[in-house]
Design a protein around this ligand. Structure first.
Ligand code: ZN
Ligand code: FE
Ligand code: FE
Ligand code: ZN
Length: 274
């Protein structure tokens, strides 16, 4: 896909590497794909290592130096055509804040992404393993309640530069009955009060829910509350870099956004994208 020429394209700050064990393509392949689709700035944000063995879909702590080297090598290789930032997608888990803080000091990160995947120590809400399907039976309301409660804690933690895929809990199409504003409004309040940025992620379009994360209603509330956005692909393969950015740009422009956030050395600037 070639992006329309509308001034600066938003940066795509959410992409993974094979170090997390469920993505393919090394950083140079992502960088080439980014240049091909007209992006001028990207960032890597692989799943953060944990202090000890935790699950099978993140880089191990022993691989962390290799991650930093890989990103640095691609920064140098593509410096003429592409700005490449160093990020990390961090699981927000209450009680693990000091670990994230420690990791953040081990490299010159441009940004950290805060994500809520785990609602329980052994269960990530986006885990596609069919063994978790039954868990939703009769519990959608409760799961949404828990998810958004954690998301607000993540937003208020002060650990992160932007918040990933805000309504990831809808990934498999499970939505409770009634107005979803009851989850969105208190969350928007916390995000705004903490001067946080949210991600508008096209990854949802590739999942069962077939919808950008977050919903249009959530983005509208965010716009009214002056909350900055980034647009991300959450690419796990080079072909996904910049995926559906035209759709996302159209959606957020329609709502009123004209700027997206850029990050360098954990400082945010807002840049016009048209
Ligand atoms: Zn992933
Ligand atoms: Fe994630
Ligand atoms: Fe991701
Ligand atoms: Zn992600």
């Amino acid at each position: 896909m070639i992006l329309p020429k509308i001034g600066h394209s938003p940066a795509d700050y959410h992409m993974h590497t094979p170090l997390c064990k469920h993505a393919e393509g090394w950083p140079d392949a992502y960088a080439k794909a980014a240049i091909k689709c007209g992006l001028t700035e990207i960032g890597f944000s692989d799943h953060n290592p944990m202090a000890k063995k935790f699950d099978d879909w993140r880089m191990e702590y022993e691989e962390f130096p290799r991650y930093l080297d890989l990103v640095q090598a691609s920064q140098q290789q593509f410096s003429d055509n592409l700005t490449i930032r160093l990020g990390l997608e961090c699981d927000f888990i209450p009680g693990q804040e000091s670990w994230i803080d420690k990791l953040s000091q081990q490299a010159g990160f441009d940004y950290l992404i805060g994500s809520v995947h785990y609602l329980e120590p052994d269960w990530a809400v986006d885990d596609p393993d069919p063994k978790w399907e039954k868990r939703w039976d009769g519990s959608i309301e409760e799961i949404w309640e828990k998810y958004w409660h954690l998301y607000r804690q993540c937003a208020a933690s002060g650990l992160f530069d932007f918040l990933a895929h805000p309504d990831l809990v809808k990934k498999f199409g499970h939505r409770p009955a009634g107005e979803l504003k009851r989850f969105y409004e208190p969350t928007i309040e916390v995000i705004a009060a903490n001067n946080m940025t949210i991600e508008v992620s096209t990854a949802g379009l590739r999942k069962t829910c077939k919808e950008i994360y977050p919903s249009r209603e959530f983005i509208e509330l965010a716009f009214q509350a002056n909350i900055p956005i980034v647009i991300s692909s959450d690419a796990h393969r080079p072909e996904e870099v910049g995926a559906d950015f035209d759709t996302a740009i159209k959606l957020v422009s329609d709502i009123g956004y004209t700027q997206s956030a850029h990050f360098a050395q954990r400082k945010r600037t807002l840049v016009d994208f048209r």
